[in-house]
Each structure stands twice: as C-alpha cells, then as structure tokens.
Design a protein around this ligand. Structure first.
Ligand code: PEP
Ligand code: MN
Length: 281
C-alpha cells in the first residue's frame, strides 16, 4: 500500500496547512491570484497588475515560460518576462506566481517568483517535482488534466518528501467528452481534497472552462465549495492577448467578480457558523 504519508490529513488534529507569502495567508484567507496568461510586455503586465490590485487581488500571476500545445505559438519571454514580473511586484506590492517548466531552471526562477507554478502538463514531471521540493519557495501544483485525486496527491507527496512542505493544489479542469467548455471544472474535488489532505486547494476557472461567461459563476461556486482561493486570467486589453485570449477577463469584469466574491464571503461565514453549531444535530 503506497501511503500518502505527508499530504494526508491527520485525523487526530484536523490541522490545515497555512502558507504565508508576504502578507498573504493561503489556507486561512480566501486568496485571489489574478493576472495575464503570459507576460507579453512591461506595459501589458504592469497595467494589468495595477488593475487587479485596485480591484482587490492578493497576488499576481503571469507566465514567462509558456508550455504551449503547438511549438509555433508564443512560448513566453523567459528571463525578460521574470524581470518584468519583478518590476510589477515593485510597482504594486503583489507577490508573484509564475510557472517553471524545466528542472534546470528551478533554482534561478526562485529569485523572481514568490510561488512556483507547476502546470497541468508537468504534474507528473517527477524530476521537476523533486527540484521544486528542494527549494524554499511554495509550489502551486496544478492537477493533471487526466489525473485522479490520488495521482495528484502523490505528486504533491514528491515535493513534500524532498523537504518543501508548502504545496498549494490547484484544480484547473479535466478532460471529459464535453467540448462546449475547454475543460470540465471538477469542483467536487475541492471538498474531496479537504476530506483527505491538509493542503490548501484553489481553483482556476479560466483554464477550467475557457469561457469568459462561465468564469464568474464558477469562481463563486469555488468559494461556495470551500476552496481556499481562485486563480483568474485578466488582461488589460483581452483582444490583444497573445495567449488564451478567449478566457482573458477585462479588468472591469474582474472588479465586478471581486465585489460579488466579497458579498458571498460574508454569506459563507454565516454558513460556516451553522456547520460549527453542534446543537443542530
Ligand atoms: C497557466 O496557468 O498559465 C497554464 C498554462 O495553465 P494549465 O497548466 O492549467 O494549462
Ligand atoms: Mn492561460
């Protein structure tokens, strides 16, 4: 039996992992990570970062290394992109989440990233997982698009087993027969993770649906399902986006989403009080 020794919930104390990144506490507060799919230019990244900050986002996302399905699509700006993210952090104060795709890049990408993202296509890249396990930056581990909960947790286990205890799980949709949405967002995985693991779990409704009109309801549903946060793609001018244009939220729409999340949050506080009220049994 291959036990999940480090990622399992210890039934004696029920303790959840809280990961602190600057002033953000993932696993304690509901965290919103927002920003462009890819870092395209300084102007695009900083304008978008300022907009998401104004709307109340807690962290900035943006890819400098893009794992694209086609080798002819924009692959990201690499080091130049990481330097732009560093500047965006200086301007806004938002900590940066960015993807690392190659085990050889992990140690130097750490100089620019506050959280290292591992994408769906690399969830089972075991040499990448082991490298990320050796550094002192939290990892955001996306669920593989064909992966079960157990396979996903085993990948988190690889990171923890190397000594890095800070893994954030991210549901980003799985492949099903449905084609209307880009992927099928599996929100049932959120309470399922909570049942078996102490790790925080967030939801990416942008890649999970690929449809602008579906991102807001799925973000609200993610909060209602008990997620520790969401990661949303926002672009200051979506029609110019070089990557994932159809799912890029314009800043105005993102600001409305943030307001609705805020309202739902107080409802959730009331609902959680009901859950905590033992006299209802
Ligand atoms: C991303 O978040 O930039 C990304 C590429 O997502 P995924 O790995 O889920 O496709
Ligand atoms: Mn994207």
């Amino acid at each position: 039996m291959n036990a999940l020794r480090l990622t399992s919930l210890n039934s004696d104390d029920n303790r959840q992992t809280v990961i602190t990144v600057d002033n953000v506490k993932i696993g304690e507060d509901f965290v919103v990570i927002a920003g462009p799919c890819s870092v395209e230019s300084e102007e695009q990244t900083i304008k978008t970062a300022q907009k998401v900050k104004e709307a109340g986002a807690n962290m900035l996302r943006g890819g400098a290394f893009k794992p694209r399905t086609s080798p002819y699509d924009f692959q990201g700006l690499g080091l130049k992109g990481l330097k732009i993210l560093e500047k965006a952090k200086k301007e806004t104060g938002l900590p940066v989440v960015t993807e690392v795709t190659d085990p050889r890049d992990v140690s130097w990408v750490c100089e620019y990233a506050d959280v290292l993202q591992i994408g769906t296509r690399n969830m089972q890249n075991f040499s990448l997982l082991k490298e990320v396990g050796k550094v002192n930056k939290p990892a955001l581990l996306k669920r593989g698009m064909y992966s079960t909960l157990k396979e996903w947790l085993n990948c988190a286990e690889y990171i923890l087993a190397e000594g890095n205890p800070n893994v954030i799980l991210c549901e980003r949709g799985i492949r099903t027969f449905e084609t209307y949405t880009r992927n099928t967002l599996d929100l049932s995985i959120v309470p399922s993770v909570k049942e078996v693991s102490h790790l925080p779990v967030i939801v990416d409704p942008s890649h999970g649906t690929g449809r602008l009109s579906v991102i807001e309801p799925m973000s609200l549903a993610a909060m209602a399902a008990g997620a520790d946060g969401i990661m949303v793609e926002v672009h200051h001018n979506p029609c110019e986006a070089l990557c994932d244009k159809d799912q890029a939220m314009p800043p105005g729409m993102f600001a409305v989403l943030m307001k609705k999340l805020w309202v739902l949050r107080s409802c959730m506080d009331e609902i959680n009080q009901i859950n905590g009220n033992k006299t209802l049994e």
